[in-house]
Write a new protein. Structure first.
Length: 171
């Protein structure tokens, strides 16, 4: 099965967070066909395992030991991302300078969240549209963290589409 590990708080300025190092850790853990996408903590991999919770724990435990940092790791399968895309949560809206399309992935289902929340096949994601003429993305991200804690990570809709496209190309 194909998966993506979305890592929280990865900064390309930290040499231990470069894609090649992230890739090597997952390879050492026994995952196959490991690839990184962009420089913001997106690691694609393959495995026969379907125990996402165990994979997340294993990977999170490896970061401080192997590379000296902690990072919340949230894993989604190719099928989950495909199901989210098929829901068309943005109804054809485009990510641009005025309208920032953001997907926030949750490690666990948040309590009381209904609007713009997608639990299709366990995706556990909040799809938000940020009007950048009225709000700044970092302010919105801080608000999400205050509301839901640190067991979340966000990606643009374009990044989610790129991840899925790369997974499709690797068939």
């Amino acid at each position: 099965m194909k998966y993506i590990a979305f890592l929280r708080g990865i900064g390309p300025s930290n040499p231990n967070m470069h894609g090649s190092k992230l890739k090597s850790v997952l390879e050492e853990l026994g995952f196959g066909n490991v690839q990184t996408l962009l420089s913001s903590g997106n690691v694609l991999f393959e495995t026969d395992s379907q125990d996402v919770t165990a994979m997340e724990s294993r990977i999170e435990e490896a970061w401080p030991v192997k590379l000296g940092f902690n990072s919340t790791t949230i894993i989604r399968s190719q099928a989950q991302l495909q199901a989210l895309v098929e829901c068309d949560p943005y109804e054809g809206a485009e990510h641009n300078r005025q309208s920032y399309l953001l997907v926030t992935f949750f490690k666990r289902r948040p309590a009381g969240l209904k609007e713009n929340y997608y639990e299709v096949k366990g995706v556990n994601a909040l799809c938000s549209v940020i009007d950048t003429t009225a709000a700044k993305t970092p302010d919105f991200m801080a608000k999400l963290e205050r509301q839901f804690g640190k067991d979340i990570t966000s990606r643009t809709w374009n990044t989610v589409l790129r991840v899925l496209k790369k997974m499709d190309l690797e068939r």
